[in-house]
Write a protein that binds this ligand. Structure first.
Ligand code: DGL
Length: 274
């Protein structure tokens, strides 16, 4: 029965756990099989060619693990490789950009939206395209944040250094008078308390994970593959292609993620730099 099969989720590292958190909260009967590509993190400066190669290898693995649908819980992959890979699989591949763009358009009152994302996501202009396709009157200001992913993977989520780096990314957006800020990388919700302090109450933070999980719920219903009750025999599974330290440091903060479930899997042997 397809309904009993897991939901595949992937990211370059622990960022996608911010999406898993919403899946576990909203869809408690579902099981997750997660892959964090810690052998190749960060994705944020990688080329489209590398991202397609990495994405294909990971999606093949998740489909091989029985995934009934796959969520690219990575904005970088969602913006660059997912559009090219979608047609290649029999299961639905969900991205995080279109739901995030949709929630940003709903949230903004003054039609000025900021986006924090990786360099590759910013260069793709995926958020600007998606937001302006929904409402051409919205101005979008995108800022690359290359230092955020290494901080989160190292478990550094707060403190003077983090705050100074975050301020340097956010200040130019505040000068643009944004009223909505999209956390356009799944690692960034781990930094939400710092970011919220910096932007204040006037600016709405949008975590694309929320819209993504609403979309996931719709897809499961439309395809009649939603699980009705959690299986005690089949726990969630978490895989890392490289170091697992970040899963212990950061993953442990996400309710429902048991650090004993984390296993290493060797998908890439000395690849992904070409
Ligand atoms: N968390 C990912 C994203 O949403 C990847 C970040 C990275 O590895 O640079 O883009």
């Amino acid at each position: 029965m397809r309904s009993l099969q897991p939901i595949g989720v992937f990211d370059s590292g622990v960022g996608g756990l911010t999406v898993v958190r919403h899946i576990l909260e909203r869809l408690p009967a579902e099981r997750v099989v997660y892959l964090g590509d810690t052998a190749n993190v960060p994705y944020g400066g990688r080329s489209p060619r590398e991202l397609v190669y990495l994405g294909r290898t990971i999606i093949d693995f998740l489909v091989g693990q029985g995934a009934k649908v796959v969520v690219a819980a990575c904005n970088t992959s969602s913006s660059v490789s997912l559009p090219l890979l979608r047609e290649c699989y029999p299961v639905t591949l969900l991205d995080v950009i279109s739901p995030g763009a949709c929630d940003a358009v709903q949230a903004t009152r003054n039609k000025r939206v900021g986006v924090l994302a990786t360099q590759t996501t910013v260069s793709s202009r995926a958020y600007t395209r998606h937001i302006q396709a929904l409402d051409p009157a919205v101005s979008v200001f995108e800022v690359p944040c290359p230092q955020f992913v290494p901080l989160v993977e190292a478990g550094l989520l707060d403190g003077v250094e983090v705050e100074a780096i975050a301020a340097s990314y956010v200040r130019p957006l505040l000068r643009r008078d944004i009223d909505t800020l999209v956390l356009g990388c799944t690692h960034y919700p781990f930094l939400a308390p710092v970011l919220k302090r910096l932007v204040g109450e006037e600016v709405t933070l949008v975590d694309p994970a929320e819209g993504t999980v609403r979309r996931l719920q719709q897809v499961l219903a439309e395809q009649n593959i939603a699980s009705e009750r959690a299986s005690v025999q089949a726990p969630h599974r978490f895989y890392a292609t490289g170091a697992t330290d970040s899963f212990y440091k950061v993953g442990g903060m996400v309710a429902g993620i048991c650090t004993e479930c984390i296993q290493r899997v060797n998908l890439f042997e000395g690849v992904a730099n070409g």
